[in-house]
Design a protein around this ligand. Structure first.
Ligand code: NAD
Ligand code: SER
Length: 326
Protein backbone atom coordinates (compact mmCIF):
# COMPACT_ATOMS: atom_id res chain seq x y z
CA UNK A 1 0.00 0.00 0.00
CA UNK A 2 1.93 3.01 -1.30
CA UNK A 3 -0.93 5.40 -2.02
CA UNK A 4 -4.22 4.97 -0.17
CA UNK A 5 -7.59 6.63 -0.78
CA UNK A 6 -10.30 6.56 1.89
CA UNK A 7 -13.97 7.29 1.19
CA UNK A 8 -16.25 8.23 4.08
CA UNK A 9 -13.17 9.47 5.93
CA UNK A 10 -15.12 11.92 8.09
CA UNK A 11 -17.34 9.17 9.53
CA UNK A 12 -17.01 7.27 12.81
CA UNK A 13 -14.51 4.70 11.53
CA UNK A 14 -13.02 6.77 8.70
CA UNK A 15 -11.85 9.57 10.99
CA UNK A 16 -9.76 7.19 13.07
CA UNK A 17 -8.70 4.88 10.23
CA UNK A 18 -7.33 7.87 8.31
CA UNK A 19 -5.16 8.88 11.26
CA UNK A 20 -4.03 5.27 11.89
CA UNK A 21 -3.08 4.78 8.22
CA UNK A 22 -1.28 8.14 8.09
CA UNK A 23 0.75 7.17 11.12
CA UNK A 24 1.71 3.88 9.46
CA UNK A 25 2.12 4.87 5.80
CA UNK A 26 2.90 8.60 5.98
CA UNK A 27 0.64 11.68 5.89
CA UNK A 28 1.16 12.35 2.17
CA UNK A 29 0.27 8.79 1.15
CA UNK A 30 -3.20 8.64 2.67
CA UNK A 31 -5.81 10.67 0.80
CA UNK A 32 -8.93 11.27 2.84
CA UNK A 33 -12.29 12.13 1.32
CA UNK A 34 -15.74 13.03 2.58
CA UNK A 35 -19.12 13.76 1.08
CA UNK A 36 -19.79 17.39 1.87
CA UNK A 37 -19.32 18.08 5.53
CA UNK A 38 -16.36 20.04 6.73
CA UNK A 39 -13.82 17.48 7.88
CA UNK A 40 -12.20 17.40 11.26
CA UNK A 41 -9.42 19.99 11.52
CA UNK A 42 -6.87 17.22 11.92
CA UNK A 43 -7.98 15.50 8.72
CA UNK A 44 -7.64 18.78 6.84
CA UNK A 45 -4.40 19.99 8.30
CA UNK A 46 -2.45 16.75 7.86
CA UNK A 47 -2.36 15.19 4.40
CA UNK A 48 -4.66 15.46 1.40
CA UNK A 49 -8.43 15.86 1.55
CA UNK A 50 -10.98 15.77 -1.32
CA UNK A 51 -14.75 15.85 -1.50
CA UNK A 52 -15.99 12.62 -3.10
CA UNK A 53 -19.59 11.53 -3.60
CA UNK A 54 -19.17 7.79 -4.17
CA UNK A 55 -22.30 7.67 -6.32
CA UNK A 56 -20.28 9.73 -8.86
CA UNK A 57 -17.71 7.43 -10.42
CA UNK A 58 -15.71 10.30 -11.99
CA UNK A 59 -15.04 11.83 -8.56
CA UNK A 60 -13.52 8.55 -7.30
CA UNK A 61 -11.52 8.13 -10.50
CA UNK A 62 -10.12 11.67 -10.43
CA UNK A 63 -8.54 11.13 -7.01
CA UNK A 64 -7.22 7.65 -7.92
CA UNK A 65 -5.60 9.05 -11.08
CA UNK A 66 -4.21 12.21 -9.46
CA UNK A 67 -2.57 10.41 -6.54
CA UNK A 68 -1.74 7.12 -8.33
CA UNK A 69 -3.79 5.31 -5.70
CA UNK A 70 -3.17 1.56 -5.32
CA UNK A 71 -5.51 0.83 -2.38
CA UNK A 72 -9.01 2.10 -1.57
CA UNK A 73 -10.55 1.81 1.89
CA UNK A 74 -14.22 2.30 1.00
CA UNK A 75 -16.08 3.39 4.14
CA UNK A 76 -18.78 5.62 2.64
CA UNK A 77 -22.18 4.13 3.48
CA UNK A 78 -25.51 4.70 5.19
CA UNK A 79 -25.84 2.76 8.45
CA UNK A 80 -28.80 0.61 9.42
CA UNK A 81 -31.25 3.08 11.00
CA UNK A 82 -30.62 5.76 8.35
CA UNK A 83 -30.86 3.14 5.59
CA UNK A 84 -34.23 1.96 6.89
CA UNK A 85 -35.43 5.56 6.78
CA UNK A 86 -33.95 6.23 3.31
CA UNK A 87 -33.92 2.88 1.49
CA UNK A 88 -33.51 4.26 -2.03
CA UNK A 89 -30.56 6.41 -1.05
CA UNK A 90 -29.13 3.46 0.90
CA UNK A 91 -29.17 1.31 -2.23
CA UNK A 92 -27.60 4.07 -4.33
CA UNK A 93 -24.82 4.79 -1.82
CA UNK A 94 -24.13 1.33 -0.36
CA UNK A 95 -24.42 -0.70 -3.58
CA UNK A 96 -24.05 1.92 -6.33
CA UNK A 97 -21.12 3.57 -4.53
CA UNK A 98 -19.35 0.26 -4.01
CA UNK A 99 -19.93 -0.69 -7.65
CA UNK A 100 -18.26 2.58 -8.72
CA UNK A 101 -15.30 1.94 -6.42
CA UNK A 102 -14.89 -1.61 -7.74
CA UNK A 103 -15.07 -0.41 -11.35
CA UNK A 104 -12.37 2.20 -10.75
CA UNK A 105 -10.32 -0.42 -8.87
CA UNK A 106 -10.63 -2.82 -11.80
CA UNK A 107 -9.49 -0.18 -14.28
CA UNK A 108 -6.58 1.18 -12.20
CA UNK A 109 -5.49 -2.05 -10.47
CA UNK A 110 -6.36 -1.00 -6.92
CA UNK A 111 -6.94 -3.26 -3.92
CA UNK A 112 -10.21 -2.56 -2.06
CA UNK A 113 -11.19 -2.88 1.60
CA UNK A 114 -14.97 -2.70 2.22
CA UNK A 115 -16.63 -3.39 5.56
CA UNK A 116 -19.67 -5.58 5.68
CA UNK A 117 -21.58 -5.96 8.93
CA UNK A 118 -23.43 -8.21 11.35
CA UNK A 119 -26.35 -6.61 9.49
CA UNK A 120 -25.64 -8.96 6.58
CA UNK A 121 -27.33 -11.70 8.64
CA UNK A 122 -31.04 -12.11 9.29
CA UNK A 123 -33.54 -13.92 11.52
CA UNK A 124 -32.99 -17.31 9.81
CA UNK A 125 -29.21 -17.15 10.45
CA UNK A 126 -28.01 -19.18 13.48
CA UNK A 127 -27.75 -16.52 16.22
CA UNK A 128 -25.22 -18.31 18.45
CA UNK A 129 -21.67 -18.74 17.15
CA UNK A 130 -22.87 -17.58 13.73
CA UNK A 131 -20.67 -19.44 11.21
CA UNK A 132 -18.56 -17.68 8.57
CA UNK A 133 -20.53 -19.35 5.79
CA UNK A 134 -24.21 -19.60 6.62
CA UNK A 135 -27.73 -18.45 5.72
CA UNK A 136 -27.89 -14.73 4.84
CA UNK A 137 -31.45 -13.50 4.42
CA UNK A 138 -31.40 -10.07 6.11
CA UNK A 139 -34.69 -8.23 6.62
CA UNK A 140 -33.35 -4.65 6.74
CA UNK A 141 -32.43 -2.52 3.71
CA UNK A 142 -28.98 -2.08 5.24
CA UNK A 143 -28.57 -5.86 5.37
CA UNK A 144 -29.73 -6.26 1.78
CA UNK A 145 -27.09 -3.75 0.66
CA UNK A 146 -24.39 -5.43 2.75
CA UNK A 147 -25.04 -8.93 1.34
CA UNK A 148 -25.11 -7.41 -2.15
CA UNK A 149 -21.78 -5.72 -1.40
CA UNK A 150 -20.22 -8.97 -0.20
CA UNK A 151 -21.32 -10.70 -3.42
CA UNK A 152 -20.09 -7.83 -5.60
CA UNK A 153 -16.66 -7.96 -3.95
CA UNK A 154 -16.50 -11.75 -4.41
CA UNK A 155 -17.46 -11.30 -8.06
CA UNK A 156 -14.87 -8.63 -8.80
CA UNK A 157 -12.17 -10.80 -7.26
CA UNK A 158 -13.20 -13.99 -9.07
CA UNK A 159 -14.01 -12.39 -12.44
CA UNK A 160 -11.49 -9.54 -12.71
CA UNK A 161 -8.82 -10.41 -10.13
CA UNK A 162 -9.43 -7.27 -8.05
CA UNK A 163 -7.82 -7.71 -4.61
CA UNK A 164 -11.01 -7.24 -2.59
CA UNK A 165 -10.99 -7.83 1.17
CA UNK A 166 -13.41 -7.08 3.99
CA UNK A 167 -14.74 -7.88 7.43
CA UNK A 168 -18.21 -8.10 8.93
CA UNK A 169 -17.87 -5.51 11.66
CA UNK A 170 -20.04 -5.75 14.75
CA UNK A 171 -21.18 -2.53 16.49
CA UNK A 172 -18.11 -0.33 16.84
CA UNK A 173 -17.65 1.54 20.13
CA UNK A 174 -15.50 4.68 20.09
CA UNK A 175 -15.17 8.19 21.50
CA UNK A 176 -13.43 10.33 18.83
CA UNK A 177 -16.09 10.74 16.11
CA UNK A 178 -19.81 10.26 16.67
CA UNK A 179 -21.68 7.22 15.29
CA UNK A 180 -23.50 7.60 12.00
CA UNK A 181 -27.04 6.40 12.66
CA UNK A 182 -26.82 2.67 13.33
CA UNK A 183 -28.77 0.26 15.50
CA UNK A 184 -25.76 -0.23 17.78
CA UNK A 185 -25.24 3.49 18.49
CA UNK A 186 -26.71 3.01 21.98
CA UNK A 187 -23.43 1.38 23.00
CA UNK A 188 -21.71 4.76 22.53
CA UNK A 189 -24.51 7.03 23.75
CA UNK A 190 -24.67 5.07 27.01
CA UNK A 191 -21.12 6.17 27.88
CA UNK A 192 -21.54 9.86 27.06
CA UNK A 193 -24.87 9.98 28.88
CA UNK A 194 -23.50 8.08 31.90
CA UNK A 195 -20.72 10.64 32.28
CA UNK A 196 -22.88 13.70 31.62
CA UNK A 197 -26.12 12.74 33.42
CA UNK A 198 -25.47 9.49 35.32
CA UNK A 199 -28.48 8.04 33.49
CA UNK A 200 -29.43 6.82 30.01
CA UNK A 201 -32.68 5.97 28.25
CA UNK A 202 -32.00 3.07 25.90
CA UNK A 203 -33.98 2.45 22.69
CA UNK A 204 -33.21 -1.30 22.71
CA UNK A 205 -34.59 -3.80 25.22
CA UNK A 206 -32.43 -4.69 28.23
CA UNK A 207 -31.67 -8.21 26.99
CA UNK A 208 -30.84 -7.42 23.34
CA UNK A 209 -27.59 -9.29 22.75
CA UNK A 210 -25.29 -8.02 19.96
CA UNK A 211 -21.62 -8.33 19.00
CA UNK A 212 -19.49 -5.24 19.68
CA UNK A 213 -15.87 -4.16 19.23
CA UNK A 214 -13.74 -1.26 20.48
CA UNK A 215 -12.37 1.05 17.77
CA UNK A 216 -8.65 0.18 18.18
CA UNK A 217 -9.54 -3.43 17.31
CA UNK A 218 -11.65 -2.33 14.33
CA UNK A 219 -8.67 -0.36 12.96
CA UNK A 220 -6.34 -3.28 13.59
CA UNK A 221 -8.70 -5.64 11.74
CA UNK A 222 -8.81 -3.43 8.64
CA UNK A 223 -5.06 -2.88 8.47
CA UNK A 224 -4.06 -6.46 9.34
CA UNK A 225 -6.41 -7.93 6.75
CA UNK A 226 -5.11 -5.61 4.01
CA UNK A 227 -1.53 -6.48 4.94
CA UNK A 228 -2.20 -10.24 5.17
CA UNK A 229 -0.57 -12.72 2.81
CA UNK A 230 -3.13 -13.25 0.02
CA UNK A 231 -2.11 -16.90 -0.27
CA UNK A 232 -3.48 -17.58 3.22
CA UNK A 233 -6.90 -16.09 2.48
CA UNK A 234 -9.57 -18.47 1.34
CA UNK A 235 -12.45 -16.17 2.26
CA UNK A 236 -11.17 -12.64 1.37
CA UNK A 237 -14.40 -10.67 1.79
CA UNK A 238 -16.73 -10.45 4.76
CA UNK A 239 -14.72 -12.19 7.48
CA UNK A 240 -16.67 -12.54 10.73
CA UNK A 241 -14.83 -10.57 13.45
CA UNK A 242 -15.98 -9.88 16.98
CA UNK A 243 -14.62 -8.90 20.39
CA UNK A 244 -17.53 -9.12 22.86
CA UNK A 245 -21.26 -9.86 23.00
CA UNK A 246 -23.26 -7.57 25.25
CA UNK A 247 -26.79 -6.44 26.10
CA UNK A 248 -27.71 -2.96 27.34
CA UNK A 249 -28.06 -4.33 30.87
CA UNK A 250 -24.63 -6.01 30.77
CA UNK A 251 -23.07 -2.76 29.53
CA UNK A 252 -24.90 -0.75 32.20
CA UNK A 253 -23.65 -3.13 34.92
CA UNK A 254 -20.07 -2.70 33.68
CA UNK A 255 -20.42 1.11 33.68
CA UNK A 256 -21.81 0.94 37.24
CA UNK A 257 -18.45 -0.50 38.37
CA UNK A 258 -17.06 2.99 37.59
CA UNK A 259 -20.17 5.16 38.15
CA UNK A 260 -22.21 3.39 40.87
CA UNK A 261 -25.15 5.87 40.63
CA UNK A 262 -25.66 5.17 36.91
CA UNK A 263 -29.26 4.31 36.01
CA UNK A 264 -30.63 2.90 32.77
CA UNK A 265 -34.27 3.07 31.64
CA UNK A 266 -35.87 1.83 28.43
CA UNK A 267 -38.04 3.45 25.75
CA UNK A 268 -38.05 1.02 22.87
CA UNK A 269 -37.72 2.20 19.27
CA UNK A 270 -39.62 -0.50 17.33
CA UNK A 271 -37.63 0.04 14.12
CA UNK A 272 -34.18 -0.36 15.67
CA UNK A 273 -35.41 -3.14 17.99
CA UNK A 274 -36.68 -5.14 15.00
CA UNK A 275 -33.33 -4.69 13.24
CA UNK A 276 -31.39 -5.72 16.36
CA UNK A 277 -33.63 -8.76 16.91
CA UNK A 278 -32.83 -9.95 13.39
CA UNK A 279 -29.05 -9.86 13.97
CA UNK A 280 -26.88 -12.56 15.58
CA UNK A 281 -25.97 -12.68 19.28
CA UNK A 282 -22.42 -13.87 18.78
CA UNK A 283 -20.32 -14.41 15.66
CA UNK A 284 -17.83 -17.24 15.23
CA UNK A 285 -14.65 -15.54 13.98
CA UNK A 286 -12.51 -18.67 13.70
CA UNK A 287 -11.81 -18.16 9.98
CA UNK A 288 -10.36 -14.67 10.55
CA UNK A 289 -8.24 -16.03 13.40
CA UNK A 290 -6.90 -18.87 11.22
CA UNK A 291 -6.43 -17.03 7.93
CA UNK A 292 -4.84 -13.74 9.12
CA UNK A 293 -4.29 -14.18 12.88
CA UNK A 294 -7.18 -11.95 13.95
CA UNK A 295 -7.53 -11.49 17.71
CA UNK A 296 -9.05 -8.50 19.56
CA UNK A 297 -7.07 -6.70 22.26
CA UNK A 298 -10.08 -5.29 24.18
CA UNK A 299 -12.83 -7.09 26.09
CA UNK A 300 -15.84 -5.55 27.86
CA UNK A 301 -13.85 -4.74 30.97
CA UNK A 302 -10.86 -3.04 29.32
CA UNK A 303 -13.01 -1.27 26.68
CA UNK A 304 -15.31 0.23 29.33
CA UNK A 305 -12.44 1.52 31.45
CA UNK A 306 -10.72 3.04 28.41
CA UNK A 307 -13.91 4.65 27.03
CA UNK A 308 -14.74 6.30 30.34
CA UNK A 309 -11.18 7.49 30.86
CA UNK A 310 -10.94 9.04 27.39
CA UNK A 311 -14.42 10.57 27.41
CA UNK A 312 -13.69 12.15 30.79
CA UNK A 313 -10.42 13.56 29.45
CA UNK A 314 -12.18 14.91 26.33
CA UNK A 315 -15.19 16.38 28.16
CA UNK A 316 -16.18 19.70 26.65
CA UNK A 317 -14.84 19.02 23.15
CA UNK A 318 -18.27 18.47 21.56
CA UNK A 319 -18.68 17.24 17.98
CA UNK A 320 -21.76 16.53 15.94
CA UNK A 321 -22.43 13.65 13.60
CA UNK A 322 -21.77 14.28 9.92
CA UNK A 323 -23.91 11.37 8.80
CA UNK A 324 -27.27 13.13 8.40
CA UNK A 325 -27.80 13.63 4.71
CA UNK A 326 -30.16 16.36 3.61
P1 NAD B 1 -20.51 6.71 9.32
O1 NAD B 1 -21.94 6.91 9.01
O2 NAD B 1 -19.96 7.27 10.58
O3 NAD B 1 -19.62 7.22 8.12
C1 NAD B 1 -19.98 6.98 6.79
C2 NAD B 1 -19.60 8.18 5.99
O4 NAD B 1 -20.06 8.01 4.64
C3 NAD B 1 -20.19 9.50 6.51
O5 NAD B 1 -19.13 10.39 6.77
C4 NAD B 1 -21.08 9.99 5.38
O6 NAD B 1 -21.05 11.39 5.23
C5 NAD B 1 -20.41 9.30 4.19
N1 NAD B 1 -21.28 9.19 3.01
C6 NAD B 1 -22.61 9.00 2.95
N2 NAD B 1 -23.01 9.01 1.66
C7 NAD B 1 -21.92 9.22 0.90
C8 NAD B 1 -21.70 9.36 -0.49
N3 NAD B 1 -22.68 9.31 -1.38
N4 NAD B 1 -20.43 9.56 -0.91
C9 NAD B 1 -19.41 9.64 -0.05
N5 NAD B 1 -19.57 9.55 1.30
C10 NAD B 1 -20.81 9.34 1.76
O7 NAD B 1 -20.23 5.13 9.24
P2 NAD B 1 -19.05 4.30 9.90
O8 NAD B 1 -19.54 3.79 11.19
O9 NAD B 1 -17.78 5.03 9.84
O10 NAD B 1 -19.04 3.05 8.89
C11 NAD B 1 -18.07 2.86 7.90
C12 NAD B 1 -18.33 1.51 7.24
O11 NAD B 1 -18.28 0.49 8.24
C13 NAD B 1 -19.72 1.38 6.58
O12 NAD B 1 -19.62 0.57 5.45
C14 NAD B 1 -20.53 0.67 7.63
O13 NAD B 1 -21.61 -0.04 7.08
C15 NAD B 1 -19.49 -0.26 8.21
N6 NAD B 1 -19.83 -0.72 9.56
C16 NAD B 1 -19.84 0.16 10.61
C17 NAD B 1 -20.19 -0.31 11.87
C18 NAD B 1 -20.22 0.61 13.06
O14 NAD B 1 -20.68 0.18 14.13
N7 NAD B 1 -19.75 1.84 12.96
C19 NAD B 1 -20.51 -1.66 12.05
C20 NAD B 1 -20.53 -2.50 10.94
C21 NAD B 1 -20.15 -2.03 9.70
N1 SER C 1 -23.27 -0.51 13.80
C1 SER C 1 -23.90 -0.80 12.55
C2 SER C 1 -25.32 -0.38 12.54
O1 SER C 1 -25.92 -0.49 13.58
C3 SER C 1 -23.78 -2.27 12.25
O2 SER C 1 -23.48 -2.44 10.94
O3 SER C 1 -25.81 -0.01 11.52
Amino acid sequence: MRSISITGATGQIGTELTMALRERYGDDNVIASGLKNIPDAVLRSVGHFHFIDCTQRDQIEKVVKKHKVDTIFHLAALLSAVAEDKPTLAWEVNVGGLYNVLEVAREYGCAVFTPSSIGAFGPSTPAEMTPQDTIQRPTSMYGVTKVSGELLCDYYHARFGVDTRGVRYPGIISYKAPPGGGTTDYAIEIFTSALAHKKYTCYLKADTMLDMMYMPDALKAAIDLMEADANRLSHRNAFNVTAMSVTPEILAAEIRKHIPEFEITYEIDPVRQAIADSWPDKLDDTCARKEWNWAPDYDLNSMTADMLRNLSDNAGQGRTSDACLT
